[in-house]
Design a protein around this ligand. Structure first.
Ligand code: ZN
Length: 269
């Protein structure tokens, strides 16, 4: 991301790899905070060709031979992060517009979508896109902006993953297994047919990845199929295998020894 040299003629605050807690934890690649809006930028370095579809929400990646691999849609994750960022701000009594952009950093990647997706941009057009966002209204003053900045940095440090359980004095055994429902705010989601449904009838398509991210945050930077099933309370190893393979997480080892790595782990960077 070439944002370090982004110096528009209005003040911006730029954060990288931020971890916050709204309804649950959420992680943001890049966050720009201004008096006019908060902007979440998720970026991926994808090769060759990608196709992003809605209904079903998915990303299909093609290699040079035309082989395809299906992954979770980055747009779905982005929209969720925007919603949670809004919740995080509202919780502090701040009503600030939140925008999201998905930036593809590989210049050679061909991006295919069936419909217009204004939130997808090539990284080279990112600055132009940011300059186009509305700036006619100042929703917060200098003071509030400074406070927000401080809250973000404080919270982020507080949730430093290695100290997380210690900080909150939580024993690993006390952690409840399961997947989170956005409506009930409870761990009441299970896999029914092809869907991740809550007992309340709400479909939670991203509950799987949310729970996997929680695992990485609370436990460690790698998980096996079995550890995933225990933490998420899923019975089927096959279902878990398929979801983990589609997750876009880095994979290490084979067969029974397969481990799925936290994409935020230093190993990747
Ligand atoms: Zn529910």
């Amino acid at each position: 991301m070439n944002l370090a040299r982004f110096t528009p003629d209005f003040p911006i605050n730029l954060f990288h790899d931020i971890l916050l807690k709204s309804y649950s934890f959420f992680q943001i690649d890049h966050l720009i905070l201004t008096k006019h809006y908060a902007l979440i930028i998720e970026s991926k370095n994808l090769k060759f060709q990608i196709e992003i579809t809605r209904n079903p929400d998915q990303l299909i990646q093609y290699d040079e031979l035309g082989n395809s691999k299906v992954m979770d849609s980055p747009l779905q994750q982005l929209e969720k992060n925007c919603e949670w960022m809004r919740g995080w701000l509202l919780n502090k009594g701040i009503d600030l517009p939140v925008f999201g952009i998905f930036a593809v950093s590989n210049v050679n990647c061909k991006i295919v979508t069936k419909q217009e997706e204004p939130t997808i941009v090539r990284a080279s057009f990112l600055q132009k896109k940011i300059l186009e966002l509305p700036r006619s209204t100042e929703f917060i003053d200098e003071n509030t902006l400074a406070k927000l900045k401080k809250s973000i940095l404080n919270e982020h440090m507080e949730f430093d993953q290695h100290n997380f359980l210690k900080n909150f004095d939580v024993d690993v055994k006390e952690l409840l297994p399961g997947m989170w429902c956005d409506v009930c705010k409870k761990l009441t989601v299970s896999k029914i047919g092809f869907k991740f449904m809550c007992t309340c009838g709400n479909e939670n398509p991203s509950s799987f990845m949310q729970a996997v991210n929680d695992y990485f945050l609370l436990m460690k930077n790698e998980m096996s199929n079995k550890e995933c099933r225990t933490f998420l309370k899923i019975e089927s190893a096959k279902v878990t295998y398929r979801k983990l393979q589609q997750s876009g997480l880095q994979i290490q080892g084979r067969g029974r020894n397969t481990l799925y790595l936290n994409k935020r782990s230093p190993a990747k960077n």
